[in-house]
Design a protein around this ligand. Sequence first.
Ligand code: DU
Length: 220
Amino acid sequence: AALAAVEREVVDCRACPRLVEWRELVAREKRAAFRDEEYWGRPVPGFGDPDARVVVIGLAPAAHGANRTGRMFTGDRSGDWLYRAMWRTGFANQPTSEHRDDGLRLTDAWITAPVRCAPPQNKPTPEERDTCRPYIERELEILDRARTYVVLGAFGYGVACGLLGVRPRPRFAHGLEVPLGDGRTLLGSYHVSQQNTFTGKLTEQMLDDVFVRARALADL
Ligand code: DU
């Protein structure tokens, strides 16, 4: 119920003029391959198991991914990588994530992002990041079973460190583990963006290892 309340507020948010304009422009213009689809074109709520012990923190919706489908990491190549890994490691009931009614369910995992609107160049401004932060802050408060926070990339890492009280902040790295002192752990991973997966900077094995480790750290 508390998560549903955050979700309702998120999807109605119009706080950042630049992001509202961009998400709606992309949704009107579309990509040729999706020209017959109705784009979501709104902020994207978190998704998954309300009792999650593992919380995955990304960056922001992709213009033609979550900004099209309305569900985190759904309908693009980043999501293909993420959900396949989460399926192989037992968090997702299926390897694919195509649209909001495809039957995908997560068990023990929740996926969210510090910024809820697709930003130009996948790059929110510091002001947009700070304006959006209360949404993930409230989600993390509600998700009080969480034991492992898997942070995809340096942007989410910075926000997560702020919210989880990590100070001083270790340099971000793939495989970085930051114990939070109370049995919870922040776990760093390279982001699943094509910049990393196409170039081999992030391999499927590396991503699987992150989720296997997340599972162990969460006593799952
Ligand atoms: O209506 P519902 O069973 O609470 O599911 C809402 C929504 O959240 C649906 O898209 C499935 C997803 N979900 C999940 O992935 N894992 C859960 O444990 C519960 C719900």
